[in-house]
Design a protein around this ligand. Structure first.
Ligand code: SR1
Ligand code: MG
Length: 396
């Protein structure tokens, strides 16, 4: 079976059955589709002993929009390949790839069903003590090891060309940096926000900063990014953190992933204002979320400096003065990208359940106003945030 066709549960089951010994599965197998993401099919195949695996297949279009938005199947290759490369560096925090078939645009992954999706868990007010350190360490370690500080120029250029990913990058370019700041049919916000959105769009300083962030996203191949580190791309429990779904992976600015993750923590922070009625419980959750932001930025900053000072191979870049400057510039970028994540998730095409599931319209609107305010402030002030300390001073 080498020609691409869209799988249903029966085809997915047959495919896995043909390879069952590889995954240590015993017949009879059972299979169902349960994907609720924006782009792909996701099947769970389990056996009679309770073992299971996940088969993820790319559709030739964006699932959340339909066949009118064709999308490259090559994203399956990108996703599996990024997972493998990040998995070599951070096996503890990267979902395991068990099998990859680029022609069928499918990947077979370990089943993380015993863990929770971080977005759902945060929306249920659950907290995870290891989360921010794990993600910061994962992002610092993967981004450092695929940067010019470690790779030879030849290896780096060859990897950059393997992970160009133009179609998925175009989605980010448009959804993060174009749509929210222009009239576009893909945008999605209530009419009551129109005045606020118009104010954002007519802020020339904001437009300048967003243009700088887009230019950097387009032409700064600093490392192999995940490309979509939101809280739906992370599985968690009290002891485990696993990153999934890097189909938007490409060589881009290091601060992008860090900013996306912190942006999703802040989206949840704002949403909790309306989600949790009891004041002490709300305070506790919001304090937890802010401490996650603080810990994540500090761990990232410190880990990157430690890694670069101890393990950089490039004779010029490893200069401590340059390392200090470079890590500062990553934090600046992260703060800016974080702001664009807050804004695009509030008024652009792809929203977050954290906000959209708030039933009360007025409360939802107040949250949206808050995320737009924080997003705008982060973008406008990113140049003065070269450290965790300065960033937290801006946020608090
Ligand atoms: C059409 S894709 C919309 C969003 O979903 C993905 O997870 C990315 O965040 C993308 O921007
Ligand atoms: Mg995804």
């Amino acid at each position: 079976m080498t020609q691409y066709s869209v799988f249903d549960s029966e085809k997915a089951l047959d495919y896995v059955a043909s390879l069952a010994p590889l995954f240590n599965l015993q017949a009879p197998l059972n299979c169902y589709e349960f994907g609720d993401g924006n782009l792909n099919l996701v099947f769970r195949v389990s056996d009679s002993t309770g073992r299971s695996i996940i088969l993820k297949q790319a559709l030739p279009y964006a699932r959340c929009v339909g066949e009118s938005w064709p999308l490259t199947l090559d994203r399956a290759r990108i996703e599996a390949s990024v997972l493998k490369l990040h998995g070599v560096i951070c096996p503890e925090t990267t979902v395991k790839v068990l099998h990859q078939n680029n022609q069928l645009a499918l990947t077979i992954l370990e089943d993380l069903g015993q863990l929770a999706i971080l977005r759902t868990a945060l929306n249920n007010s659950e907290t995870f003590p290891k989360l921010s350190k794990d993600i910061a360490t994962h992002l610092a370690t993967t981004s450092f090891n695929y940067s010019d500080f470690v790779l030879t120029p030849a290896k780096k250029k060859s990897l950059v060309s393997e992970f160009l990913n133009p179609e998925l990058c175009a989605i980010t370019e448009e959804l993060f940096f174009d749509d929210p700041y222009h009239q576009h049919e893909r945008n999605n916000f209530p009419i009551t926000l129109t005045e606020r959105v118009n104010a954002l769009r007519s802020n020339t300083h904001l437009r300048l900063e967003v243009a700088k962030l887009k230019a950097k996203f387009l032409s700064s191949p600093q490392t192999l990014l995940h490309g979509d580190v939101h809280t739906g791309s992370i599985f968690v429990d009290a002891n485990t953190t696993k990153v999934i779904d890097p189909e938007f992976g490409f060589f881009g600015p290091i601060g992008f992933d860090l900013g996306s993750f912190v942006g999703n923590l802040l989206l949840n922070y704002c949403a909790q204002q309306a989600r949790i009625e009891s004041l002490p419980q709300r305070r506790q959750m919001q304090t937890y979320l802010i401490s996650c932001v603080a810990e994540c930025l500090l761990t990232f900053e410190q880990s990157w400096k430690d890694l670069a000072n101890a393990h950089s191979l490039d004779v010029t870049l490893r200069d401590p003065v340059y390392i200090e400057y470079f890590v500062g510039s990553i934090i600046q970028d992260a703060v800016g990208y974080c702001g664009t994540e807050l804004i695009r998730r509030t008024i652009g095409l792809a929203h977050v359940a954290d906000i959209d599931n708030i039933e009360d319209e007025q409360a939802r609107l107040a949250v949206a106003q808050h995320t737009l305010f924080i997003g705008e402030q982060l973008i406008l002030n990113s140049s003065s945030c070269t450290s965790q300390k300065q960033t937290m001073q801006l946020l608090l």
